[in-house]
Design a protein around this ligand. Structure first.
Ligand code: ADP
Length: 435
């Protein structure tokens, strides 16, 4: 560039020297120089005018003006720059069009909002699933269009590890799963998936289990009743029948427990929220359960103690909470060897209420911990024969906690005992008891 510039300076000076020499020939060198400068100025002004005209032409893709010297070079460079710019713009537009076409072809609704939730862009499926309209909804706040309070809370929470399920605001029969991702400056990319079919199948599965359990309950009660009578009159039976009758009675008792757990689980699962939402005295509840646990422990003489009891009550369904806490406390008895220690506490802090059940029992290998709340999952399948468990206890606990906006934390080491903690949010804590 420096070289070209020196060359053009050389040409200009040479031209001015030429006009000065012509002036000198006529005896007026200064007039010659002046005339050269004026001509150069006029030519430059003309080039500037051509440049201005070319730049103001909307069709700037057209050929640039031709010229010589530094102006010719300048026009050439600007023309190249302009061509590159237009090509990049074309490429970007094609790419954006393709992305929009592909997202439009998606069956999931895709929505982009800014950090405050104002709609910026959405695809065709979002219009179909959520009822957004391009003519009126551009720039609207998304939570004014999806008015479910759970959605607003989810949107503001900034914690999008778990998806949210809700009914479509436009077509209530459509069940949607919403997943939000953050990008840019806290802008949101929202994906709405139609999970209606999955939801129906899940509902069918629940109904099936619930119906089968209810249907089986009556015949089983009859069989158990007869078996109980036979066990009571075992002395009248031939000796070879006694063992068989006793085994049948034990197994029918196990089946009854299993069926009542299945019925309880499906009731807890299907209830949208808790059936009764009333302040529950957790201290009283766990004191009763611990007394029952001591009876269950019997000859094993576990050392069961309540360590802390906060007077604060918990808003919820007492029956569901009783099922959850008894499952945890009875499990501690089942999985702790004789004379082991079991500590139960109910305490509150700024995060909410916490119920902890700690034992010095068998403990659980950490590989099993994430799966313990699955139905029929057992850390050690051989163990359930001794305990007579159904494998549904922790699944019941999990669903009761979901119904109470809570969560279950499991701390355990194989051979070193376990601690199960139910966490409840502060909003669920009711005022203190007066007595
Ligand atoms: P189960 O009827 O088999 O007790 P649960 O759902 O209550 O079913 O528990 C699932 C599994 O978790 C149990 O089979 C057992 O392996 C393990 N478990 C639960 N509580 C404890 C505990 N306190 N100590 C050790 N293992 C436990």
């Amino acid at each position: 560039m420096e070289q070209t510039w020196s060359r053009y300076l050389g040409y200009t000076l040479a031209a001015l020297a030429g006009t000065t020499l012509i002036g000198l020939y006529f005896g007026y060198p200064l007039y010659g120089l002046f005339a050269g400068l004026v001509l150069y100025l006029l030519w430059s002004l003309h080039q500037i005018r051509r440049l201005a005209q070319w730049l103001s032409d909307p069709d700037t893709a057209g050929e640039a003006p031709q010229s010589i010297g530094i102006w010719g070079d300048l026009f050439e460079r600007l023309h190249k720059l302009n061509k590159n710019y237009l090509r990049t713009q074309d490429e970007l537009r094609t790419r954006i069009d393709r992305i929009q076409e592909s997202t439009n072809a998606m069956r999931d609704g895709v929505i982009m909002t800014n950090a405050r939730g104002a709609l910026e862009w959405w695809n065709g499926s979002a219009e179909h699933l959520l009822g957004f309209r391009r003519s009126t909804d551009q720039g609207q706040y998304i939570y004014n269009l999806i008015r479910t309070p759970a959605f607003k809370a989810y949107f503001d929470s900034m914690d999008y590890r778990e998806p949210l399920e809700l009914h479509s605001p436009a077509k209530p029969h459509i069940h949607l799963q919403i997943q939000i991702s953050l990008f840019g400056n806290n802008d949101r990319l929202i994906v709405a998936k139609d999970v209606t079919r999955l939801h129906q199948l899940e509902q069918m599965r629940r109904d099936f289990v619930s119906n089968v359990s209810h249907e089986m309950r009556t015949p089983l009660t009859v069989i158990s009743g007869y078996l109980e009578t036979l066990v009571d009159n075992a002395d009248d039976l031939p000796p070879k029948w006694r063992r068989a009758i006793n085994t049948m009675a034990t197994q029918s008792f196990r089946m009854e427990t299993l069926i009542s757990d299945l019925i309880l689980l499906s009731r807890i699962e299907t209830g949208d929220q808790t059936e009764n939402n009333e302040p529950t005295d957790i201290g009283r509840l766990i004191t009763q359960i611990c007394q029952d646990a001591q009876t269950l422990s019997g000859e094993n003489q576990h050392d069961i103690r309540l360590e802390a009891i906060s007077p604060q009550q918990l808003t919820g369904d007492e029956n569901q909470l009783r099922s959850a806490f008894s499952n945890l406390i009875f499990n501690a008895v089942k999985y702790t060897p004789a004379k082991g220690r079991i500590r139960v506490s109910w305490f509150t802090d700024h995060k909410g209420g916490h119920l902890s059940v700690k034992d010095t029992g068998a403990g659980i290998d950490e590989v099993h911990i994430p799966r313990l709340t699955e139905r029929f999952y057992r850390a050690d399948p051989s163990r359930h024969k001794d305990t007579g468990g159904t494998g549904l206890g922790l699944a019941i606990v999990k669903h009761v906690l979901i119904n109470h906006d809570g969560s279950l934390e499991i701390k355990s080491r194989f051979g070193e005992g376990s601690e199960f903690i139910c966490h409840f949010p502060a909003e669920r804590l009711a005022s203190q008891t007066t007595d």
